[in-house]
Design a binder for this molecule. Structure first.
Ligand SMILES: [Zn+2]
Ligand SMILES: [Zn+2]
Length: 268
């Protein structure tokens, strides 16, 4: 029996009110390490959703390029794409903060993502064994659903370039996240170079997210927003607003219990 076959408890101090509290006090499923309980392989459905997301990004880029050529304005879409990359990191951090701190597996729309990210904190090494489409399919589905209508309705080269870049980098954030957990010796040299240049979230920066107090370094595209967000206590301010408005405490206010902290990999 591996050390990872542990019982699963509600995250430490999940002191929700009303329905949320009742739900969390109910017996939970007993997650175990994904390596033991579920396939980390990609299914054809996973590949289909990632393909749909990539198609949506490609269609938006193609429409942007066509509009840019037609108008002769090439600088604007390039700048907009750069802005999309820059803000995708912020978007990844806000989303990661939200699902790390609020909700549970029963939360509509994002329950499976919340469960997956909590499981990731317990078994972080499994992300490096998860196949590409298995890791990205949920974001691929969201990108396809959100970006295709935007592409159909928008005609401005800059707006399309921004949307394509933002959505594309958000979709691939889970791949960048996986690379941030992968030992340097197993990464392609180009990925290591991009991490070292600060263009992709670094292994060292993301490692801080997996250490106490588990309330920082949420951004997983480039990580460029992490220092500002952490030093300005932006997420703590949001947590206070949510607490005083709705009475909901984030998980990061509670002492981590064993379900939040990492189980060491049993390599035997
Ligand atoms: Zn996290
Ligand atoms: Zn991680």
């Amino acid at each position: 029996m591996s050390a990872v076959a542990a019982t699963w408890q509600p995250a430490g101090g999940l002191q929700r009110r009303g329905r949320a509290r009742a739900a969390l006090q109910a017996p939970l499923r007993a997650p175990t390490a994904p390596a033991e309980t579920e396939s980390l392989r990609s299914t054809w459905a996973h590949r289909g959703w990632v393909a749909a997301g990539c198609t949506a990004v490609g269609a938006a880029l193609a429409k942007s390029a066509a509009a840019a050529v037609a108008t002769g304005h090439l600088v604007e879409p390039v700048a907009a794409a750069a802005a999309g990359y820059f803000l995708a990191d912020l978007g990844s951090g806000v989303f990661h903060w939200a699902i790390d701190n609020y909700g549970d597996a029963s939360t509509p729309a994002v329950g499976s993502q919340i469960e997956a990210f909590q499981g990731h904190h317990r078994f972080p090494w499994t992300i490096t064994r998860r196949e590409f489409a298995n890791n990205l399919h949920a974001l691929g589905r969201a990108v396809a659903a959100a970006l295709l209508p935007v592409t159909a309705g928008a005609g401005d080269a800059g707006a399309l370039a921004f949307a394509a870049s933002f959505a594309g980098f958000v979709m691939f954030s889970q791949q960048f996240h996986a690379w941030s957990h992968t030992p340097k010796s197993r990464l392609p040299p180009a990925v290591v170079a991009l991490q070292d240049a600060g263009l992709l979230v670094s292994r060292r920066q993301h490692a801080l997210h997996h250490r106490a107090p588990y309330n920082n370094n949420y951004c997983i595209v480039s990580g460029v927003w992490n220092e500002f967000l952490d030093e300005s206590s932006a997420f703590e301010a949001l947590e206070m607003v949510i607490f005083f408005r709705f009475g909901v405490r984030p998980r990061s206010w509670s002492e981590p219990e064993s379900n939040w902290t990492e189980e060491k990999e049993n390599l035997s």
